[in-house]
Ligand binder design. Structure first.
Ligand SMILES: Nc1ncnc2c1ncn2[C@@H]1O[C@H](COP(=O)(O)OP(=O)(O)O)[C@@H](O)[C@H]1O
Ligand SMILES: [Mg+2]
Length: 383
């Protein structure tokens, strides 16, 4: 069969049961193109990558040797849309949609799908198609490659898994830490606090009764003031461990913390929040600790003289924003090697099903916003 008497325009050597992948329109073909096509096939067949060619209407016209070796199927079985039977069922809709969109737009396209190999296992493939345009500008279909990215996928999955484990670990550790703090605070209060109180009552009585012995009375008075300052220190330690105000609800706890911060730092604070937000203890404590870390960051890093704190609900979410008018976060500072404040906030909030957003620049300062979903355990009481 010669080129001229071939009504389908098939290239020499092409089998009669499928169309020639390269054209198509033989009138546009330069005489030496057929030779270069043959050279291309030879090269493509020995290339260590899966190669395919389609016609203008989504029919696959040709696959290289590597493809056929990979799938273990005959060329005839793969042609047209036969190859699709090797695509994993779950990936089929996305794969078909990507093809349909590409053939409409005629732009290069990329799609990932799992393809069954000859041993029956599915491999993750990254397919990339480039439009074939004839010398006269006619769209002839696509030529493309598939790269086996299973190893990369495996590594991505492992990374994802380890991130999730890390997140669980962080939230578990936080819970353990909070429980421990609560327990120590309770012990300090119940044992040390109560004993100190009893001691104080006795020493106060002693103080009364030793008035007739001025020097002894003076010593007792000194002991009394030592007991008082020890009680104060114990109360402060209890409060540091777990602010008792947390037991009065989130609103009271946030209000207390903001006032305390303003008093300690001298930075002017503006607090707005919806009334009577009811949260389960885990979430309330998390928000409280996140505010604590954010305000500490403002004090340590921002050089701000004003900070706005807002708690609002919108949709099914509760938002807490801490916005300062400081110098902003320098690029790359967020992920300093030994800084775990912001990372901790992010992990903690993601573990609660929420999100963290940080907007920062040198002229407006930093606005840190966390959101957590409002669900049955977490919503304003008025809902
Ligand atoms: N409000 C802020 N204003 C300016 N810089 C900030 C602010 N918050 C955080 N940063 C920057 O981000 C870095 C990381 O913060 P963080 O993770 O809390 O760690 P740490 O406070 O221990 O350094 C800080 O070292 C600081 O450079
Ligand atoms: Mg910090």
């Amino acid at each position: 069969m010669t080129h001229n008497d071939n009504p389908t325009g098939e290239a020499p050597g092409a089998t009669a049961h499928h169309a020639d992948p390269f054209d198509s329109d033989r009138r546009e073909t330069e005489p030496n193109m057929i030779e270069s096509e043959e050279r291309f096939r030879l090269m493509a067949d020995s290339a260590p990558v899966l190669i395919w060619i389609t016609g203008p209407n989504r029919d696959y016209l040709w696959f290289n040797r590597m493809w056929l070796d990979f799938t273990g199927r005959a060329l005839d079985d793969e042609l047209g849309s036969g190859w699709i039977s090797g695509v994993h069922r779950d990936d089929l809709p996305a794969c078909i949609n990507a093809h349909a969109a590409a053939f409409r737009s005629r732009h290069p396209f990329t799609v990932e799908y799992r393809l069954r190999s000859r041993d029956g296992h599915f491999h993750h493939m990254l397919a990339h198609g480039t439009p074939r345009i004839s010398p006269l500008g006619r769209f002839l279909g696509y030529i493309g490659t598939c790269i086996d990215i299973s190893e990369r996928k495996k590594m991505e999955d492992a990374l994802q898994h380890s991130r999730e484990m890390l997140r669980h670990l962080v939230s578990h550790q936080e819970r353990v830490r909070e429980d421990e703090r609560k327990r120590i605070a309770r012990e300090l209060h119940d044992d040390l606090g109560q004993n100190l109180l009893a001691l104080r009552i006795d020493v106060a009585m002693l103080h009364e009764r030793t008035r007739v012995h001025p020097r002894l009375n003076e010593r007792v008075s000194l002991a009394l003031s030592h007991i008082d300052s020890t009680m104060k220190a114990v109360r402060a330690a209890i409060n540091n461990l777990r602010p008792t105000v947390l037991d009065l609800g989130l609103n009271a706890a946030i209000d207390w913390q903001v006032k305390d911060f303003q008093r300690r730092s001298g930075i002017s604070c503006e607090l707005t929040m919806e009334d009577d937000i009811v949260l389960d203890d885990d979430r309330a404590t998390a928000l409280f600790r996140i505010l604590q870390e954010s305000l500490n960051n403002v004090l340590r890093h921002a050089q701000a003289n004003r900070v706005r704190i807002a708690l609002t609900t919108a949709g099914e979410k509760l938002y807490m924003q801490v916005a300062d008018n400081g110098i902003g976060i320098f690029p790359d500072s967020r992920r300093k090697a030994n800084s775990f404040g912001l990372v901790g906030i992010e992990e903690r909030i993601i573990a609660l099903g929420g999100e963290l957003d940080i907007q920062s620049n040198a002229s407006n300062g930093t606005a840190l916003t966390v959101s957590i979903p409002l669900d049955a355990g977490c919503r304003p009481a008025s809902f």
